[in-house]
Design a protein around this ligand. Structure first.
Ligand code: CTP
Ligand code: MG
Length: 227
């Protein structure tokens, strides 16, 4: 399930970042591609903004393995809408697991998705993440309050993998309490789960600012060179 209903305000461009051109395709097409190819993934639900006019223009708009859902004003709303669509389609199955991946991460690789699938916990789920390499300071009013032990800190990425029913319950619980969460793991943590940290790659960047496009281009070119 891929939330792609954001406006990309931090890019400051005239269209949402998921539709910007990147090495001959729309950025979104890169983010979706590996999920369409992996045989153990049943399908892809893409969450689009209600007023989206771009998706229909893309070649993948008619892909038989893609379904769409309508997103909301906040990412968590879009995710819940997408999960509902997944649930409708998989009612006949017990214990469905779902991968949630940001449309804004076009450089994700098959290898990372497969590692997540192998290492995520069945009940607690898991997420791709990277150990922090810089020395970390806790700041207070512009000065260092202390140096914290970076061994405890990871940067969360996507995809994240959870059991569909547990994730939906966790997200609804956060939403009903007005709790703001920025990723699915955050909702699961609040519900008492301990998602597995699965080591991701530095290349799986989230395109946020204009300069990130150059970096995404670089990583995609590197991946093409690999055997
Ligand atoms: N997203 C979404 N629905 C929203 C907000 C965000 O589906 N209401 C999606 C985005 O399309 C993106 C992912 O969530 O794939 C991560 O969000 P972010 O990187 O913050 O993208 P935007 O919200 O589009 O960018 P910005 O915050 O700069 O406006
Ligand atoms: Mg945003």
């Amino acid at each position: 399930m891929i939330p792609a209903a954001g406006g990309g305000t931090r890019m400051g461009l005239n269209k949402p970042k998921q539709y910007l051109p990147l090495r001959g395709r729309a950025l979104l097409e890169w983010s979706v591609a590996p999920f369409l190819d992996l045989p153990w993934i049943d399908g892809v639900v893409l969450v689009l903004a209600r007023n989206d006019t771009e998706f229909a223009k893309l070649p993948i708009a008619r892909h038989p393995r893609i379904l769409t859902a309508v997103g909301g004003a906040a990412r968590a709303e879009s995710v819940l809408s997408g999960l509902q669509r997944v649930a409708e389609r998989s009612r006949a199955f017990r214990e469905v697991h779902v991968l949630v991946h940001d449309a804004a991460r076009p450089c994700v690789t098959y290898a990372e998705i497969e590692r997540l699938q192998e290492e995520a916990d069945d009940r607690h789920g898991g997420l791709l993440a990277l150990p922090v390499t810089d020395t970390l300071k806790r700041g207070k009013q512009g000065r260092v309050a202390e140096t914290v032990d970076r061994a405890f800190y990871w940067r969360a990425q996507t995809p994240q993998l959870f059991r569909l029913d547990l994730l939906m319950d966790a997200l609804r619980e956060c939403s009903s309490h007005g709790l703001e969460i920025t990723d699915e793991s955050g909702a699961m943590e609040r519900a008492g789960y301990k998602p597995r940290l699965v080591r991701g790659l530095e290349s799986n960047i989230k395109v946020t600012f204009p300069e990130d496009l150059r970096l995404a281009e670089f990583w995609l070119a590197q991946q093409e060179l690999q055997p």
